[in-house]
Design a protein around this ligand. Structure first.
Ligand code: NAD
Length: 232
């Protein structure tokens, strides 16, 4: 069977959860990366059976998540983490959650993976029109929603199984990269345009070097937590 790492699962409403379920139904082993501030409530809800109904697979069994890794994809190394995050009480209880450390942990625990899914995005100023977006807000949107994918792929690639049968990576993009979608602000349109352009370059580079496929899916609307937060 295949082993998949799905980054960006913190409840049962988003694309990450749905993709994990489809992969589990197809026989894959599921590992997830959960945003550090959301980890506690996700683990607690899972343990208390809150997601049992939505864990149901077509054969009647329940999706098993083999391991949940705390992850904050805007940091690559411990050295990148500023003091206020390090000491934040929502982060203090977890360790090894920068991208490099999560990759190292997954490699140590499982040796290799076949599928990498990036299902995360964040734009702190998403509700502001681009004309009112600050430089920091814009760069934060690109850091969390675009570079996070470059970084994840870069760190996972060395231990992804190559070839025709495995070796695949996907992310989720949004039509706002190409068309004006009022409300999708804060530089999130730019972040998705970067993600799409990077997908082409990464497919070229990762395909040549490691025989790993790289694709992005332009998803239709889903009332996930992220979508509700911006009133979609
Ligand atoms: P979601 O809220 O289920 O998923 C987003 C996840 O990103 C959350 O679990 C959140 O905790 C996580 N996250 C945010 N910042 C993070 C960080 N720094 N490090 C690690 N994790 C972080 O919402 P979703 O709508 O399912 O989003 C998944 C993907 O689908 C995103 O890339 C989104 O842009 C894309 N998408 C969504 C829609 C839609 O209508 N919902 C449409 C097109 C594309």
């Amino acid at each position: 069977g295949k082993r998949a790492f799905v980054a960006g699962v913190a409840d049962d409403n988003g694309f990450g959860w749905a993709i994990a379920k489809s992969l589990a139904a197809a026989g894959a082993e599921i590992l997830v990366g959960t945003w550090v501030p959301a980890l506690n409530i996700f683990e607690t809800s899972l343990q208390r059976g809150k997601f049992d109904e939505s864990r149901k697979l077509p054969d009647g069994s329940l999706m098993e998540i083999t391991k949940i890794y705390p992850l904050d994809a805007v940091f690559d190394n411990p050295d990148d983490v500023p003091e206020d995050i390090k000491t934040n009480r929502r982060y203090a209880g977890s360790t090894n959650w920068t991208v490099r450390e999560v990759a190292e942990s997954v490699k140590r625990d499982f040796g290799s993976i076949d599928i990498l899914v990036h299902s995360l995005a964040n734009g702190p100023e998403v509700s502001k029109p681009l004309l009112e977006t600050s430089r920091n807000g814009y760069l934060a949107a690109l850091s969390a929603s675009s570079y996070s994918y470059v970084s994840l792929l870069k760190h996972f690639l060395p231990f992804m199984n190559p070839g025709m049968s495995g070796g695949s990576s996907i992310s989720l993009t949004h039509v706002a990269s190409k068309r004006i979608i009022p409300g999708y602000g804060g530089g999130m349109n730019s972040a998705k345009a970067a993600l799409e352009s990077d997908t082409r370059v990464l497919a070229f580079e990762a395909g040549r070097k490691h025989k790993i496929r790289v694709n992005t899916i332009s998803a239709g609307p889903l009332r996930s937590r992220a979508a509700k937060a911006i009133g979609f």
